[in-house]
Design a protein around this ligand. Structure first.
Ligand code: MEV
Length: 346
């Protein structure tokens, strides 16, 4: 039977029979600045969102699969199955191959609270949780760099050409400055709130990334100017984030939104949400993630966050989440940290 090597390996490799299931966690991410341009070499700033977790449970396939009906947002995959593989399955299969266990069949159930295809890193987060679950099942320690590489294998399937920002941010313990495949932690000195608004419209990252490439390829000189401007804005945003300059950061977010509009990834719905956030008093707002749907991120004074959330939902957001910037500090981020408030569905 296909699944036997898993049980045998666990028993042969250790006097302890090992767990019959492995569990792994990860969470969503949001990009503050730098989506799309990061694919073309600029830095980007992103942070994990523990309010939107993913939990994965991996079992050897011989243990059978439960016949239970999976809840919305939950899915199951089995390694080695025929047919096209999802990003999480590609990541897990690559992990098994690297461990010399490529023939083992593992069943993974992923419980994903992240809305799919909304620019919040659901594919990378599911892959991260799934690899961690399989690593626990086999008693393997996975170094952070290896985990990143494995998630990236899945992301190349999900995005076409992934910069690595999603894989880095969903595995990070706080805000990161990401540049050319390397992430470093960032300090946050800002006392404000971020309101994330879901347009309710799924966007295809692969499609958006291909569209941006076409725009940049049309005029290389203009593309170089745009990417240089993007780098200046991202650099300024990092200074404002650590220095606590909320109004300046809001202005920078708006300038970046204009660049993203030039790159063709905003939509009338996103523009409406950005305007609604500004009219409600936000410092700034922009799309976050790949765009063409997905989510909008607004920066606001903390006391205005409820009004900004309400304005965004009135303008068509299907839901909003408020994230205090103080909760972004890496020492404040953990799965057990207080969760950002999830506001009402319309
Ligand atoms: C998607 O979350 C971010 C993009 O920049 C794609 C990538 O960096 O791989 C649009």
């Amino acid at each position: 039977m296909n699944g036997h090597p898993v049980r045998e390996r666990i028993r042969h490799n250790s006097t302890d029979p090992g767990p019959v299931a492995g569990v792994g966690h990860s969470y969503a991410k949001a990009i503050l600045l730098g989506e799309h341009t990061v694919v073309h070499g600029t830095p980007a700033i992103a942070f994990p969102l523990p309010a939107l977790p993913v939990r994965a449970v991996a079992r050897p396939a011989f243990a059978g699969t439960e016949a239970d009906v999976l809840a919305a947002g939950h899915f199951r995959f089995r390694t080695g199955e025929a047919g096209s593989a999802s990003g999480p399955r590609v990541a897990v299969e690559e992990a098994l191959r690297r461990w010399g266990l490529g023939d083992d069949i593992v069943d993974v159930v992923v419980e994903c609270d992240i809305p799919l295809a909304r620019g919040l890193g659901s594919s990378a987060a599911c892959a991260g949780a799934a690899v961690r679950a399989v690593a626990e099942l086999y008693g393997r320690a996975v170094a952070p760099g290896t985990l990143y590489e494995l998630v990236q294998c899945g992301e190349q399937v999900a995005h076409g050409r992934a910069s690595g920002i999603d894989a880095s941010a969903v595995l990070a313990s706080g805000p990161i400055w990401f540049h050319e495949g390397t992430a470093r932690p960032m300090t946050v000195g800002l006392d404000a709130a971020l309101v994330i608004a879901d347009t309710g419209v799924p966007g295809s990252t692969q499609h958006a990334v291909a569209g941006v490439r076409r725009v940049l390829d049309r005029d290389r000189a203009a593309a170089d100017r745009l990417l240089a401007e993007a780098t200046d804005l991202i650099t300024a945003a990092a200074t404002d984030l650590s220095g606590g300059h909320a109004a300046a950061l809001g202005t920078t977010m708006l300038a970046f939104q204009r660049l993203l509009t030039e790159l063709g990834v905003s939509t009338p719905h996103i523009d409406t949400l950005v305007t609604a956030a500004l009219d409600a008093g936000a410092y700034g707002a922009k799309l976050t993630g790949a765009g063409l749907g997905g989510c909008v991120l607004a920066l606001t004074a903390t006391d205005l966050a409820p009004a900004v959330g309400t304005a965004l939902r009135r303008a068509g957001a299907v839901r909003t989440w408020t994230v205090p910037t103080a909760s972004l500090r890496s020492d404040a981020l953990s799965l057990s940290a207080s969760r950002p408030e999830r506001e009402t569905h319309r």
